[in-house]
Write a protein that binds this ligand. Structure first.
Ligand code: CTP
Ligand code: MG
Length: 238
């Protein structure tokens, strides 16, 4: 039965250099809680028993993975990433090609999102499999959003239709591979898997996640993430 449902492979893009964060090492290797950002992220992913393997995409000049906890885990495999985030994901997909079947799924989660909750990962998997549709975690936008041109607001967007896309994002293996290859062929920049899938006209189901699943981009995000983790720990003790 389980072979008909398909396995779920996890890909973690972690080949970025953290230019906007501006530290002396890629942001995913900065200290966070009792370990690092990337070890915190991967620890949560490994708690998800539905995930077959966790494929971590690393920069070709990575000097930090060997000192990390994740590298020692039997369910973790590492591959070399690419120039763009989408190239890193494509390399991850390539690396599992011989182990996968047509009905398998791929869950992609940024190394730079350490506050993701296991409950949200499981919710995403359950929704995607129930509806048999590619699905992403997202949160509704509460702010009023302006389209700006030359420092002038030209339009107010209808916020009732706006959601902030997070990761993880979960797609059928064949869809995600086809979508990312097609975007690459046409030199279209895609900042997440969902945008490549949308460009092919395929559905992307929105699953509401927690807003604290932020991506660490600049130093202020790290303080915020720390606070969110304190809150999560308090809630789990309550
Ligand atoms: N990533 C990747 N391969 C790349 C670029 C990014 O695997 N060529 C990964 C990053 O390591 C991160 C995730 O994709 O986990 C989201 O990217 P982003 O937040 O942009 O991280 P960086 O590219 O490292 O940061 P910056 O854009 O500020 O340099
Ligand atoms: Mg980047």
């Amino acid at each position: 039965m389980s072979s008909e449902i398909g396995k779920i492979w996890c890909i973690v893009p972690a080949a970025g250099i953290g230019l906007r964060f501006g530290e002396n090492r890629p942001k995913q290797y900065l200290p966070f809680r009792s370990s690092t950002i990337i070890d915190t992220t991967i620890k949560t992913l490994l708690l998800c028993t539905s995930l077959e393997k966790v494929i971590v995409c690393l920069h070709p000049d990575d000097e930090h993975a060997q000192q990390s906890d994740f590298i020692k885990h039997p369910r973790v495999h590492v591959v070399i990433g690419g120039n763009q985030r989408s190239d890193s994901v494509l390399n991850g997909l390539q690396s599992i090609q011989t182990d996968t079947a047509k009905q398998d799924w791929v869950l992609v989660h940024d190394a730079a999102r350490p506050c993701v909750r296991l409950a949200d990962i499981n919710k995403l998997i359950s929704e995607a499999q129930t509806h048999q549709q590619g699905s992403i975690l997202a949160v509704p936008i509460h702010d009023t959003i302006k389209e700006v041109d030359n420092e002038l607001a030209v339009r107010t967007l209808d916020r009732t239709k706006l959601w902030r896309a997070l990761t993880p994002q979960l797609f059928k293996l064949s869809d995600i591979q086809g979508a990312l290859l097609s975007a690459k062929k046409q030199s279209r920049v895609v900042t997440d898997e969902a945008s490549a899938i949308e460009q092919l006209g395929l559905p992307v189901r929105i699953v509401e996640g927690h807003a604290d699943n932020i991506k660490i981009t600049v130093p202020a995000d790290l303080q915020l993430a720390n606070m969110y983790m304190d809150q999560q720990e308090e809630q789990s003790c309550a």
